[in-house]
Design a protein. Structure first.
Length: 131
């Protein structure tokens, strides 16, 4: 007999990711990738609600949001992880997401790392994973 296992990229990549770079002792950005293909960014320095859709093609994740296409003043807080164009792109490697900064050039110092399920600190807030 043949066993066929079908998996979903959304299930594989969905979860909460923390940036290993910090600002004021907190992860610079937290990214929530939901199984329904929606995402949310939470930047430590901004209260702006940044939401959109995401999809995976092979090892690359594409995040799109209407807010990414709005021209912003240079001194306003950023609303996307990578200011390259109107789409944030990441390459998945295990439990890490590396931003694509130019063509297939990866940012290897400020990447995102996936939080393990049901991991919380004494306050009930998620613990930022170690790189």
């Amino acid at each position: 007999s043949i066993l066929l296992v079908l998996g979903s990229c959304a299930t594989t990549h969905s979860g909460t990711y923390y940036c290993v770079c910090s600002l004021y002792g907190q992860s610079e950005v937290v990214v929530h990738l939901h199984e329904n293909g929606q995402f949310q960014y939470n930047f430590v320095y901004s209260d702006e609600d940044v939401r959109g859709s995401w999809k995976a093609v092979n090892d690359t994740l594409f995040l799109r949001s209407k807010i990414f296409t709005v021209v912003r003043e240079s001194l306003t807080p950023k609303v996307k992880f990578n200011d390259r164009d109107t789409v944030d792109r990441f390459v998945a490697r295990g439990n890490k997401l590396f931003p694509i900064v130019a063509r297939r050039t990866l940012e290897k110092t400020c990447y995102l790392i996936k939080q393990k399920p049901n991991v919380a600190g004494p306050t009930g807030l998620p613990i930022m994973p170690s790189p």
